[in-house]
Design a protein. Structure first.
Length: 251
């Protein structure tokens, strides 16, 4: 393989890498869960912790069953045989009462974001039962309410429970630069600083050490002039499933 072809393949690899990274970044709409009841994206944070400091369990609602819900820690005393890690407990209203069921464990807490509807849910599971119990708590931001839980649906479909939590703590707080710079922002700043050093440093080096003038002062000018073609080839390369087009080798 001669040098030109080798360089072409390096360009392919580099551009494929950049494209893959871009795709990864755009698909990332998950939030980073910091505790079982708080989550943050690069720009927003939601934390239900203040709701947890009151009575334990914090919420009790009644429908076909009586449910107790504790957003951040395990319910004190557990739920039936489950002593720790209980987030949502379902108790029967029968007399004498049937044993209660855990319909969500704290350690299975997961935030689900619907970006289109701008809706955040906090979901729980109990995989130990059949059918698996799933509880979805719809988080609704209401500034004037400390915290209120209501039942949306029970056991519809079987094993699935839906609640709505209306609270001022269900409001997302925008992360501003002064409160904390996100990792993404820091990486971006480092990137631009490096680009700046590369351009200015490169130009100074080429001018004063190599005596370059005008466009020749552009660092790696050959690479940058080749870039548009390389981007095109790289894209083709990725979409063809990483099979190198061998036209260059034929030339
Ligand atoms: C959030 O919860 C509500 C009510 O439980 C449900 O209708 C909605 O589909 C859920 N959204 C997501 C993204 O899970």
């Amino acid at each position: 393989m001669d040098v030109i072809i080798f360089k072409r393949h390096c360009h392919y690899a580099l551009i494929a890498l950049v494209l893959i990274n871009c795709v990864n970044l755009s698909a990332q709409e998950e939030c980073l869960q910091t505790t079982s009841c708080s989550c943050e994206t690069g720009t927003e944070i939601l934390d239900l912790q203040p709701l947890s400091s009151g009575a334990n369990p914090r919420f009790t609602v009644t429908g076909n069953y009586v449910y107790t819900y504790e957003p951040c820690v395990g319910i004190t005393g557990g739920c039936g045989d489950e002593v720790t890690d209980v987030a949502v407990c379902q108790k029967s209203k029968q007399v004498p009462p049937a044993p209660p069921f855990v319909v969500g464990f704290q350690s299975k807490a997961k935030f689900i974001i619907d970006t289109e509807k701008n809706q955040w849910n906090l979901t729980y599971k109990n995989n130990k039962l059949t059918p698996v119990r799933t509880t979805r708590v719809m988080l609704t931001c209401v500034d004037s309410i400390e915290g209120e839980l209501r039942i949306i649906s029970e056991d519809k479909p079987e094993g699935e429970y839906m609640f709505e939590l209306r609270s001022k703590y269900a409001c997302r707080i925008l992360i501003t630069l002064s409160e904390g710079v996100s990792t993404g922002t820091i990486l971006l700043i480092i990137f631009f600083v490096l680009v700046f050093c590369y351009l200015v440093g490169g130009m100074l080096f080429l001018r004063f050490v190599k005596g370059a003038r005008g466009m020749e002062m552009m660092p790696n000018s050959e690479f940058w002039t080749d870039l548009p073609a390389a981007v095109r080839d790289g894209t083709v390369f990725v979409f063809k499933g990483f099979k190198a087009d061998n036209t260059y080798e034929k030339i």
